[in-house]
Design a binder for this molecule. Sequence first.
Ligand SMILES: Nc1c(NC[C@H](O)[C@H](O)[C@H](O)CO)[nH]c(=O)[nH]c1=O
Ligand SMILES: CC(=O)[C@@H](O)COP(=O)(O)O
Length: 159
Amino acid sequence: MSDIRICEGQLNAAGMRFTLVAARFNGFIVDALQQGAIDALLRHGADPGDIRVVKVPGAFEMPLAIKAVAEKGDSDAVIALGAVIRGATPHFDYVAGECVKGMAQTMMQRGIPVAFGVLTCDTIEQAIERAGTKAGNKGAEAAVTAIEMVDLLRRLKAS
Ligand SMILES: Nc1c(NC[C@H](O)[C@H](O)[C@H](O)CO)[nH]c(=O)[nH]c1=O
Ligand SMILES: CC(=O)[C@@H](O)COP(=O)(O)O
């Protein structure tokens, strides 16, 4: 047992640079996710000067902005914040599908952690529950994930 080495990320965000890419669509939900994410980063030791917020129109536009941030190379992680809420047509599937596909591609191609704080809900009530009420705040969860992944990648690189 003592030979087993465990490598896992710690949750100290000091010295890490973050970009939040946040959608304006369903802004009343996304603003709450953004507040949760920033609060989590600060409470884990991030410097406010190391946090940037990039606003985009909707979830469909997030992958392009995230790719641009990754290419710029001045962030250790991206935290994607949005809310896609199902309507009456298949539109939801196209917007949510392209959103997650695009950001996953950038994460894998550029090797930068992209935390998925994008709600994909059937109803507005489900979104409210996940934006700082009874089901927590998915923006805060995404921020903590980003911290852990930045630290993990650093440790893997150093090992
Ligand atoms: N319906 C939702 C959208 N739709 C807008 C698209 O994301 C996009 O901005 C538009 O089609 C122009 O290209 N966006 C969300 O973030 N959430 C939705 O529920
Ligand atoms: C997720 C969406 O794009 C949604 O707002 C679209 O609603 P609808 O399908 O009623 O046009």
